[in-house]
Design a protein around this ligand. Structure first.
Ligand SMILES: Cc1cn([C@@H]2O[C@H](COP(=O)(O)OP(=O)(O)OP(=O)(O)O)[C@@H](O)[C@H]2O)c(=O)[nH]c1=O
Length: 688
């Protein structure tokens, strides 16, 4: 979850740049997303096989591995993804004890060996981080590297055999250095932590922000110079070096030795290696030339920071204390005008071209994903990684030629990884992204939502032009059936469509639910009513996050009669279901009314009907919580989503200020908004 505070003024400096996280670690993704950095994830294929014996100290091993991870992605992207990132971030976390380096356990026995070694003792966690800055040149790409590491000391309690095995059998240790996750169950094993907690989790956020600040503050002050020097390590507790090529002797065991090809793709000359131990370097780190722009790149050649467009949490709190509603949106129009004016004189730059290609071709990526998902490619490769295209084709009953194309498309989209087993044989496996989201039983499976996109939204979108011309939804053209109320007339008209829709909503609620449920402190509320709460997935997130809260899910009888099938294992009696129509029937009494992805389905008149019923049911102090993608929120796709609502329903996406206006008409005030990371913006208001 992220409140858009400018705690770190360096974050906006990254805005508008193509930042790539060369890591499949979900923790690193979460840590960076949480502070509002926008980036793509391209997990590194670099194998962690450096010869540990060649390093004087364990942290050097972590740093070198981080560098190789980042470089591999920085080098691959221009070739395989046909785009050059501005910055690639790589990291490697290791645990060290008694001079030994512990990485991720290979099996349960290995986890047991690691955890019993850590039991009752203090150990160190090192995360090495490498930041590769890519400079596009006429005939290639230049890479420059900044690296650092952070150490945190952690002491484990004495662990009994039973505890050890219970923890190992939870499955948590397997993808984590040292065999534990401090952020989850592993936290229970820890007596103390000295240093940065996030460093243990996999990414030293504070140190990273300091480095970014050094890089960009330096760049700002030296933007008029031809070459610049950066004092990267003088305020760093650890070595920081800038080098343009890894020392060759460090990669002895690596089959993908990065030294085998020059890092400067464009330069035939030997590459200089600069090490800075304690003092400032004289390396030309920030001479960034871009096609179509003159001289050194500076802030003005990048997009304006998003923070211009959003309300910060602090602003909202201040607004609350002054007892006013949210301000109107800040000057987005002015900002856009400004950025247009800036570009008027020059030809399109790389970002412009990339952006336009992404927009024009976006549908191909979506449809490739939908098709692979529908053909259960990710399910297959989850259970049987390492199949080749012929084997996949056989299993999914498709042509070899078509399957090859589809698999390659998925590789380029970062959904699958390919490896050349022999010169003629390429095999495939799921990337972390697919493992998290795409196979049917993935922890945050969007499989069913993707089916809904493919089966329902895609046909509706193909009639978008009519939707725009006629100003109505397109169910009749897409499915041959008129629908006034999409739920009664379209989604719940047949059991099959209803199940598909419920499955889709269930998967979205599972992915977004926790962030919504934890966006605000709700400890003062005892009862909640989730209006249109469908399968109850969101309600269970609320009861899990708030032990004192009971939630009634209120939805149409057609939904409630099937909702119990979705929670066969839930024994939580704090979630109950009541059938009814929230436009017609009396609402269950509650302290908090939850409207998660509901209001966007309806036009303003209907929203007012519903809010007025909620206002009648609310005593002063009771609250309404709205979870939606707001037009002025953080999700880049909220405006296209609004088009989607238009083709699908009579509803729309709205701005925060529109919700604020509507709510204030029904006697609500004290409004706050949080932009979560999981698609939704969460808005809360109290009955005055
Ligand atoms: C000690 C500790 C570690 N981790 C995770 O351990 C992995 C280390 O492995 P890595 O090789 O550095 O990264 P990876 O997961 O293989 O990803 P990649 O960067 O793609 O190599 C990272 O995930 C970390 O979060 C936790 O989640 N919690 C903890 O308390």
């Amino acid at each position: 979850m992220r409140a858009t505070m400018l705690l770190s003024p360096v974050i906006p400096k990254l805005s508008g740049k193509l930042i790539v996280l060369a890591s499949g670690s979900p923790r690193r993704l979460e840590i960076l997303r949480n502070v509002g950095i926008r980036f793509e994830v391209v997990p590194s294929w670099f194998k962690e096989t450096l010869n540990k014996g060649l390093f004087k100290a364990p942290h050097e091993y972590a740093v070198e591995t981080a560098k190789q991870k980042a470089l591999e992605v920085a080098r691959r992207m221009p070739l395989k993804h046909l785009k050059t990132p501005d910055m690639v971030i790589g990291a490697d976390t290791i645990v060290t004890i008694d001079g030994m380096i512990l990485e991720k356990p290979i099996d349960k026995q290995d986890a047991y060996r690691m955890l019993s070694r850590l039991s009752g003792k203090e150990h160190s966690v090192f995360t090495g981080v490498a930041i590769v800055i890519c400079h596009e040149k006429e005939n290639g790409v230049d890479y420059q590297m900044i690296d650092f590491f952070e150490e945190t000391k952690v002491k484990f309690a004495h662990l009994s055999e039973d505890m050890l095995w219970e923890y190992i059998n939870s499955g948590e240790p397997m993808d984590k250095a040292g065999g534990y996750g401090i952020q989850a169950l592993g936290g229970m094993l820890v007596e103390y932590v000295h240093g940065d907690f996030f460093n243990v989790m996999g990414f030293p956020l504070n140190h990273f922000c300091k480095q970014i600040s050094l890089i960009y503050n330096h760049r700002t002050t030296s933007s008029n110079q031809d070459s610049a020097s950066v004092g990267l390590s003088h305020n760093s507790p650890h070595n920081t070096s800038i080098l343009t090529q890894p020392p060759p002797n460090l990669t002895a065991q690596s089959s993908q030795s990065p030294t085998s090809s020059p890092i400067h793709n464009s330069s035939p000359s030997p590459i200089q290696i600069h090490h800075t131990q304690d003092g400032p370097s004289s390396s030309p780190v920030h001479k960034v030339k871009r096609k179509g722009s003159e001289g050194t790149a500076d802030e003005s050649s990048w997009k304006l920071p998003d923070s211009l467009f959003t309300h910060t949490a602090a602003e909202c709190e201040r607004q609350d204390s002054e007892n006013t509603t949210l301000p109107q949106t800040t000057s987005r129009e002015q900002a856009i005008e400004l950025s247009v004016a800036e570009h008027e004189a020059s030809e399109p730059n790389k970002e412009d071209l990339e952006k336009i290609t992404e927009l024009v071709d976006g549908f191909k990526a979506s449809k490739a994903l939908f098709t692979a998902s529908r053909l259960h490619v990710f399910d297959l490769l989850q259970s049987r990684p390492g199949l080749d295209a012929t084997q996949v084709a056989q299993e999914i009953e498709a042509s070899v030629k078509g399957t090859e194309r589809l698999l390659e498309a998925c590789v380029s989209l970062g959904l699958l990884k390919s490896k050349e087993r022999t010169s003629q044989k390429t095999v495939y496996e799921n990337t972390r992204l697919a493992a998290w989201f795409l196979w049917s039983d993935a922890p945050f499976s969007l499989h069913e939502y993707i089916q809904h996109c493919n089966n329902t939204l895609w046909p509706l979108f193909s009639h978008l032009e009519s939707a725009v011309r006629e100003g109505t939804n397109q169910h009749e053209k897409a499915f041959g059936k008129k629908s006034k109320d999409i739920f009664q007339d379209a989604y719940f008209s047949s059991k099959e469509v209803k199940l598909r829709f419920m499955n889709a909503m269930h998967s979205i609620a599972k992915v977004t639910g926790k962030a919504v449920a934890t966006a605000f402190d709700l400890s003062s509320y005892k009862t909640a009513c989730d209006l249109g709460g469908c399968t109850g997935a969101m309600a269970y997130e609320f009861t899990t996050a708030h032990p004192g809260l009971s939630v009634t899910v209120f939805d149409l009888p057609a939904v409630v009669e099937m909702s119990e099938h979705f929670h066969p294992l839930h024994t939580d009696n704090r979630v109950s279901f009541v059938a009814g129509d929230f436009f017609k029937d009396e609402l269950p009494k509650a302290d908090l009314y939850i409207l998660a992805r509901i209001l966007h389905d309806w036009p303003d008149e209907k929203v007012h009907v519903l809010l007025s019923k909620i206002a009648d049911a609310c005593k002063p102090g009771c609250a309404v919580l709205i979870a939606e993608t707001m037009l002025d929120g953080q999700t880049p796709y909220s405006a296209p989503q609004s088009v989607n609502m238009h083709a699908q329903t009579e509803g729309m996406k709205r701005r925060e200020s529109q919700y604020a206006d509507m709510l204030s008409k029904h006697g609500f005030g004290c409004m706050r908004v949080v932009h979560t990371l999981n698609f939704l913006d969460v808005f809360i208001a109290n009955k005055m």
